[in-house]
Unconditional design. Structure first.
Length: 207
């Protein structure tokens, strides 16, 4: 499995294309404003887009998704975030905690429900890669002062992520602090994780 990373200068969003070079099957995570570059890459590599996965419904992650819908790829998102989307999709598959999406036999994506930044935030685990959207960044977590945010739920979501194998690699939704890390590194020096055992300390830390 290969990962192609697209960085967009507008809000420093990161979009990810995961693909199997052998079968040509691919999926895109948070296409955002890199939509055109992603389509060009898919065409150049002669890939077949099977799924569009949205970590959450904020416009800087889901914008341009309607263009990708024309490819007939299945669109997946948390239904709790529909209210946040500027252009809610006509057709989509709702994410569920534990749902496994089969992009192809070699690429299976496990969905982990991680509300907090938004009520319908999800992380996507694919082998040892974790795509965290705006839930977890290197050195910090996502904002929890937005409509539908909930700091207590964010704590529970991060507790869930902290239980993943330490070698799990993190690919976040923005290029903050480089955008990539590992669970092991974040457990050691991310202030959100360091205060996670106590709800009051955690909320003080992130608000
Ligand atoms: Fe967001």
């Amino acid at each position: 499995m290969k990962v192609e990373i697209f960085r967009n200068a507008r809000m420093d969003n990161l979009s990810y294309l995961i693909f199997d070079a052998e079968s040509g099957s691919c999926a895109v995570i948070d296409p955002s404003w890199s939509y055109r570059e992603i389509i060009s890459f898919i065409e150049k590599e002669e890939l077949s887009l099977k799924a569009v996965l949205l970590t959450h419904g904020h416009y800087d992650h889901c914008d341009m998704t309607d263009g990708l819908e024309k490819t007939q790829a299945d669109l997946y998102l948390g239904r709790e975030d529909i209210f946040l989307m500027p252009k809610p999709p006509k057709k989509y598959f709702p994410l569920k905690d534990g749902l496994e999406i089969s992009v192809c036999p070699k690429i299976r994506v496990k969905c982990i429900y991680t509300p907090g930044h938004s009520p319908g935030s999800y992380c996507f685990l694919c082998r040892d890669l974790l795509f965290t959207g705006d839930t977890l960044f290197p050195g910090c977590c996502g904002r929890v002062d937005l409509p539908g945010s909930d700091p207590k739920l964010m704590r529970h979501s991060l507790l869930k992520l902290s239980a993943l194998p330490p070698e799990t690699r993190i690919y976040s939704g923005h290029y903050y602090n480089g955008g990539q890390s590992s669970i092991e590194k974040e457990l050691k020096d991310n202030p959100c994780f360091l205060s996670i055992d106590n709800e009051d300390s955690f909320i003080n830390e992130i608000l």
